[in-house]
Design a protein around this ligand. Sequence first.
Ligand SMILES: [Zn+2]
Ligand SMILES: [Zn+2]
Length: 171
Amino acid sequence: MAHPAKEETIQVVKEIFRSYLKEHNQRQTPERFMVLEEIYRADGHFDADDIYFNMKNSGTRVSRATVYNTLDVLVECGLVQRHQFGKNQYYYERAYAYQQHDHIICQECGGVLEFCDPRIQEIQSMMEQVYEFNISGHSLHFFGTCSDPENCERKKELEDKEERKKEKEES
Ligand SMILES: [Zn+2]
Ligand SMILES: [Zn+2]
């Protein structure tokens, strides 16, 4: 289901972001647009540090503060969605022209799967009727472990990430 955004989509979201920044008298810096592109060209769910390190590793000069601050603006303007998958950990993913979906999260390796089930839409419609309420959105995360938690696919990845975080805090 997941795949990087199309080129046209990236152009459209940049335009939306440009108008939003202008309307709110915020600075239109190239770095902010690079953060937006990073999220739309990559694929999946990232925490702010993932985004920062991915950009840094690919040679983009951007400060962590800019990444964090741009993410807040992108969430405000609705181009990026923020999810809370862990205790205090926020994850981000693109929101424009992307299918509505829900998540299954492995608590061992941090892996995130997406699924889409029309029955959730049916529940929503029914609840709107039952409670005479206009529902504007929902959030549904299933937590658990991969079927073989000892050999979780992304366990190694998560360990590397934790390691990187520790190094960063020490430096
Ligand atoms: Zn997702
Ligand atoms: Zn797992």
